[in-house]
Design a protein around this ligand. Sequence first.
Ligand code: HDD
Length: 746
Amino acid sequence: MESRTPAEVIKDAVTAVTSDKHPDVPGAPGSGTPTVEEPTTPVEPLPPSPEQGQPDTRTPTGAETGTPSTAHGQQGPYLTTAQGARLRDTDHSLKAGPRGPILLQDHHFREKITHFDHERIPERVVHARGTGAHGVFTSYGTAANLTRAGFLKEKGKETEVFVRFSTVLGSRGSADTVRDTRGFATKFYTDEGTFDLVGNNMPVFFVQDAIKFPDIIHAAKPHPDREIPQAQSAHDTFWDFVSLHTEAQHHTIWNMSDRGIPRSYRMMEGFGVHTFRLVNDADETVLVKFHWKPKLGVHSQVWEETQLTGGVDPDFHRRDLYDAIEAGAYPEWELGLQVFPDTPDETFAGIDLLDPTKLVPEELAPVQRVGKLVLNRTPTNFFAEVEQVAFHLGNLVPGIDVTNDPLLQGRLFSYVDTQLTRLAGPNFHQIPINRPHAPVNDMLRDGFHQQAVHAGVAPYRPNSLDGGNPFTSDDGFVDVPVRVAEAPKIRANPVSFGDHFSQVRLFWQSMSPVEKEHIVRAYTFELGKVYHQQIRERQLQCLANIDPVLCEQVATGLGMPAPQPAGELPEVAPSPALSQVGEQWPSDGRVIGIVVDDTDLDGVAEIREAIADAGMVPLIIAPHGGKVGGLTVQRTFGTARSVEYDALLLAAAPVPAPDAIPARDEKAGAPRNAAVDPRVNLLVDECWRHAKAIGAWGPGAEFLSRVGLAGTPGVVTHDTATGVLAAVQQLMATHRVWDRFPATIG
Ligand code: HDD
């Protein structure tokens, strides 16, 4: 056998790898078929744009965390091992000959696969499905007399923030638009330390004591035997729990209301839920509840839409948030405070401020605006930022303190505890997204995944060896010395926590007729999915204790008798602020579909520009992809569904398409009107059912007549495209055309 030197063997192997001929595969290297060439010469990538830069690279000790990353992820143009050794090949494992087994010594293979095998971390036990964005909070300075927290006190002060929105029940891959509470968690990177406001889009919670949290979550999560249903409350265990544990009824009615199915994260209120205590420079205290007020108002999908969206676009809310930010339509909220005197009984207008199942109507304690949040940057890397962000209610800054709300007290334990498992050790505060933007000198040392190289020899106090460092400071965090009552140790609630129904009734009475109808339908749907009759009966009894009309309507839908209330129902003063209906809102970032066809249509280019100029998003919907009339098509009759649009404009009257496969679609259903394209008919139909504004001009108006919608509420026609847009925009200001469906409940 011819003997070759090791150098010759390496040369042959390298040639074999780099030529890699596959003559039979068209487009493969060596096949002769033209292909898009992979670049072979390393080129230093462009420097990263500012938004692609790593998040803050400071370690707690100020040590460098490495050279800046490139636009392509890490450093330099060459592929390396995790230790920085350059590699010749990452497509073939090291084998005993081309047909042989893989060798254990293939350190590159093992490193690559081992790392891959461990890419996933445990998802959050609740709020697993979420999305996040960076932004800036600007203080109005109006809270200066209430708190010493600099980020709220100083007028015009800007603080970087990261917000994570989430659903509660579903797992990480579940759909965005399910009926559920939404998380609204904000990390303020203040220069006095990080403050986390970990709230929801509903101001009340299912349970009053944190010790009940596992119970409500176990009841609401999928059944343990078959692990269904995913991300739903419409099942027996949820209704079993909430009908037995009646303090959950208030949060439950919020979930059954339109608040449970938001149109967009940009259109949700946020609530800190608990009462917090603020302390000012003069050591005076007040009790407060935090509110986020969205600039675009509070809006929801309709139920059928949420179900369609779950299939058509399960990432609907994530996409909506990122599209809006990338289009420059930055979502905005104002931070508001309801302020209450810090009295020893911790109540306001008879409402126990420590009971997280109670809200304080805004009519009794107006929300005072103290600053503005603008989300202006999407994450660079979803895992690094959205997945690894770790919130904690104990992340407090001087000037903000907690109260004895038993739910809040328990949460102070739970969040750090969960991160220890989820982020594998005690150093998760060193992960870039969790690093404070204030200097850190914490004397915490070692532990799994320690990133810092701490200098000094004396991480203890007092010391003389590190010059006595670090020192405590007089302007540090204040634990307000609230008097703790002389009381026996006891497992019990205050008596006021026993009222489980009066505020549920208040919420119901505050709804507009259409919102009440939606609530009736939601209860009827969810209880209709419950198998055990005794659970339905028990929940109907709860509804009777809320309101007889609500109870009767749901009972009728279920085909069951409506029970009588357990006692006299309380007189409650409705809180109009709880209703979503009735106000006018800006239409920034709203999406308008424009239906066109291949004919030469008047006004389309003009209206498209007018929509974009008004800060909204125009989407051209055409019979096919590519271009029509010089305009790029964004959606086709095959891909368009109502869920994506806030309003629909018709410039054309599309007729049934020829019998070509792409133009036929099962979703068009049975032919109803031979003179119109059934796919467009379906789209218009859906928009009508979903109470969306519809407008048309020219042949579009003719289409609406053919399908019998001309002249119905919220359907407008005009001679000109701009005239139609003006009328549609006016309709959109109230979000939906509710008078299309006259309400039957008063
Ligand atoms: Fe919680 C996550 C909001 C009660 C225990 N919670 C979590 C998140 C939000 C909330 C928004 C997601 C944070 C993120 O995006 O990473 N939770 C609330 C609100 C509550 C509430 C508004 C009541 C007012 N939570 C609550 C209780 C407990 C927990 C009573 C436990 C006793 N929550 C957790 C947790 C989670 C969490 C298990 C899961 C993942 C995480 O913390 O980081 O610790």
